[in-house]
Design a protein around this ligand. Structure first.
Ligand code: HSE
Length: 288
């Protein structure tokens, strides 16, 4: 039985423009490096290798809250893995953060997902990937006030994921062509909680129709390797018009990236990062 593991938790792009809260994609890099140790007392300790200030209460930490949810499930008599029946369990997590918090590429999700994937490994992989998403969503609740899985699911499953539902969880991996992703990161911070707060609570039917046409088109485009369909479907008529106001230069950056050959793109998660998809590396370099 292993007592310690070091893992890489990748950055992710949530929403993929039209799929607010339901689509997400894992990136190859950047990634956080997390060292997780099994403790023989019921405690969760989170520390940052680079001295990044973290809340001292693990319940208020994006990696800590998911581990507490996991421990609570282990407290049930049937929740104990073999070999741990009568032993207290705890975890110490040391995070080496490379995904800047507040940048819009799934920093909180990487901490949450990485912690539970590593902890599960130390327990003999007793939990399913869906269980891990369920625990990790407690980290998103700490970060943004709301549970959502469009960063966590791709961080755990890899590739592109559709979150058809979170209550109950229904996660579908979407096969897709290899795509190059360019991320432009303006040097400002946008808190997800704030970027959610400004959204309208009601949507016009004509906008909803256009949006679900785009979501279906995007998923079909990924599955059919149809780059033109992917490009046409990367349109958001509901969220982007509101949130783009928080990102100076958004329209110009998007326009110039498309002129350079990108298939399309938009706000990464809740921003401020902007992401663009390209079908090959040469085009992605032009976009950069
Ligand atoms: N779907 C979430 C949002 C992702 O856009 O608020 C946050 O990273």
């Amino acid at each position: 039985m292993h007592k310690e593991i070091t893992i890489q938790a990748p950055a992710t792009v949530a929403n993929l423009v039209c799929g607010f809260d339901v689509l997400g994609m894992a990136l190859e890099r950047p990634f956080d490096i997390m060292q997780v140790r099994l403790l023989d007392r019921r405690e969760v300790i989170i520390t940052s290798r680079d001295g990044f200030p973290l809340p001292s209460d693990p319940a208020l930490n994006t990696a800590g809250a998911p581990l507490i949810a996991m421990l609570e499930e282990l407290d049930r008599p049937e929740g104990r893995p073999p070999g741990f029946e009568n032993r207290p369990i705890g975890f110490e997590v040391i995070i080496d953060k490379h995904i800047k918090p507040g940048s819009g590429i799934g920093s909180s999700a990487a901490s949450a997902a990485g912690a539970v994937v590593a902890a599960n490994h130390l327990l003999g992989n007793i939990f399913s990937r869906e269980d891990l998403v369920r625990f990790a969503m407690f980290g998103e609740k700490v970060a943004s006030g709301v549970k959502h899985a469009d960063n966590i699911a791709p961080c755990i499953y890899g590739g592109i994921t559709l979150i058809r539902s979170i209550f109950p969880l229904d996660i579908v991996s979407i096969p897709a062509p290899s795509l190059q992703v360019t991320v432009v990161h303006p040097q400002i911070e946008v808190r997800t909680a704030d970027a959610r707060q400004i959204l309208r609570k009601e949507v016009l039917l004509k906008d909803a129709i256009r949006q679900w046409g785009n979501i279906a088109g995007l998923v079909a485009g990924f599955m059919k390797n149809d780059h033109d369909l992917i490009g046409r479907s990367l349109e958001d008529v509901i969220i982007e018009p509101v949130r783009s106001m928080l990102i100076p230069g958004f329209d110009e950056v998007k326009q110039q990236c498309k002129e350079a050959g990108a298939l399309g793109g938009g706000i990464s998660g809740s921003g401020p990062s902007i992401f663009m998809l390209s079908k090959d590396e040469a085009t992605a370099k032009d976009v950069t």
